[in-house]
Design a protein around this ligand. Structure first.
Ligand code: SF4
Length: 219
């Protein structure tokens, strides 16, 4: 069942926040203001001890409505890339650096807005909980926001970490493009190049994590 998104309340007073709050649920979280205009918090999803964890930026419009990560167009592209890399979805826990959808109105549409670093920092509380609980063998950062969150370094640059294993807090981190970058590509060649880079990174993650090939019934 989907939840109706909350209407924009642009003229409402600034929402209540407490960056030191230690909430137990996403619904309770007031560590940054993004809860206010989102429909719901979107937690990570996947097996509890998945060998591979993938981290995106934030939920999009579809994810905000569904309450699940990577269910929109970017998620479908990611599913294709996982299939090509020979990684079963059962081996993967997917989540985002920021758990509430940040957006701005454009006509009747809710357009993605990049979260501020202070919001990424506030939401690291939740990302760290997921990393500790899942304890993956390898973490794939999908895009620059995820990489900065995982490395706890607001100056981290995607290009410097591309194709390499970066170790941080005892974790192996691989960096690649966010799937939505392929969707926004200006031409088919660029889209194909970005997509191939994502497939290559997922295949690399699979080798590091020693993931078995998908069963024949995985399609
Ligand atoms: S985006 Fe993260 S830190 Fe901000 S309110 Fe939502 S769950 Fe809390």
């Amino acid at each position: 069942m989907t939840t109706e998104p909350r209407p924009a309340r642009r003229s409402a007073p600034a929402p209540e926040t407490d960056p030191d709050q230690q909430p137990n649920t996403l619904d309770e979280c007031r560590r940054c203001p993004l809860w206010h205009d989102a429909t719901q918090g979107v937690p990570g999803a996947g097996p509890t001890h998945a060998p591979i964890m993938m981290v995106g930026e934030q939920p999009g419009d579809s994810e905000d409505r569904a309450g699940e990560p990577f269910v929109g167009p970017a998620g479908r592209l990611l599913d294709d890339a996982l299939g090509e890399a020979g990684v079963t979805r059962r081996a993967v826990f997917v989540t985002n650096a920021v758990k509430h959808f940040k957006w701005e109105p454009r006509g009747k549409r809710r357009m993605h807005k990049t979260p501020a670093q202070r919001e990424v920092d506030a939401c690291h509380y939740w990302l760290e909980r997921e990393l500790t609980q899942i304890a993956p063998s390898v973490v794939v950062a999908l895009g620059a926001t995820a990489l900065k969150a995982l490395l706890e370094d607001s100056h981290a640059r995607l290009q410097e970490h591309f194709g390499k294993i970066t170790r941080h807090n005892g974790r192996a981190i691989l960096a690649t493009w966010h799937p939505s970058y392929a969707l926004r590509a200006p031409d088919p060649d660029t889209r194909q190049r970005v997509y191939r880079d994502i497939v290559r990174t997922l295949a690399h993650a699979k080798r590091i994590a020693h993931v078995d090939p998908p069963d024949s019934d995985d399609g």
